[in-house]
Ligand binder design. Structure first.
Ligand SMILES: C[S@@+](CC[C@H](N)C(=O)[O-])C[C@H]1O[C@@H](n2cnc3c(N)ncnc32)[C@H](O)[C@@H]1O
Length: 228
């Protein structure tokens, strides 16, 4: 019998990770994820071309966080709170999501959206560089989530890995970078970012203390679980 072939298309002229028909199918399976605030956040992202994780990855993040029993999540690069929405649902009323964001205007938007969603009291949103805020925050985390500028990915991994509790997760978005990590001739939109993501991914897969996997949904989500 022929082995099953992945439907993933790597087309050098149009960077695609997962076939859009498959993502549409996945969208069609979702239910109970609708909230008016989500739709507003998604509309803003569409209008401003702002890179939120989107609903498929959002559901994935919430599921991972619930599976890990996460109560304390640190987000590197929170935008206006879309990914935090999913983590905040997962950690429950007693949990906390520490959000970091370089752009102060995004903090104001996050407060409005997450207040409307009834989740703001689980969020500690701090404006500034994620690296500085992380260094100023004590303790271990159930999840460290990385979604900052991609050139900083190796640095974020190095600082986060030692502060994830055993059994906890390191999660990073955009690790396939629209296929650029796999296809040499793709032009780097931001110089050095593709190489930084490649280096980041390699370091994590080579780390014996973590079990690591990349989910290719949307732009690729890396999940690394610290061994217990
Ligand atoms: C891809 S967006 C985050 C999207 C968000 N995680 C979501 O899915 O809704 C990246 C955000 O990180 C912020 N950012 C980039 N580098 C940062 C850094 N070193 N520290 C704090 N924020 C950073 C940017 O201003 C931007 O809003």
């Amino acid at each position: 019998m022929e082995p099953l072939k992945s439907p993933t298309v790597v087309n050098p002229n149009a960077i695609v990770t997962v076939n859009p028909a498959i993502e549409n199918y996945q969208f069609g399976l979702l239910h109970n994820t609708d909230h008016p605030v989500l739709a507003e956040m998604e509309a803003l992202a569409e209008a401003n071309n702002f890179p939120i994780v989107g609903r498929l990855v959002g559901v994935f993040l919430e599921t991972l966080a619930k599976t890990a029993g996460a109560k304390r999540v640190f987000e590197f690069g929170s935008g206006y709170g879309y990914s935090a929405y999913w983590f905040a649902r997962a950690v429950g009323a007693e949990g906390q999501v520490i959000c970091t964001e370089a752009d102060l205007l995004n903090q104001q938007k996050a407060e409005a959206y997450l207040t409307a969603a009834g989740l703001w009291d689980r969020v500690n949103f701090q404006a500034g560089m994620a690296q500085d805020i992380f260094n100023a925050t004590e303790g271990e985390f159930d999840i460290c989530y990385n979604d900052v500028d991609k050139g900083d990915y190796p640095e974020i991994w190095q600082m986060a890995k030692d502060r994830i509790r055993p059994g906890g997760l390191y999660i990073a978005d955009n690790v396939l970078w629209r296929g650029r990590v796999a296809v040499e001739q793709f032009k780097d939109v931001f110089p050095g970012w593709t190489e930084a993501i490649r280096q980041h991914n390699q370091m994590i897969f080579d780390d014996p203390d973590f079990d690591t996997f990349i989910n290719p949904t949307r732009d690729g989500v890396l999940v690394a679980r610290k061994k217990s």
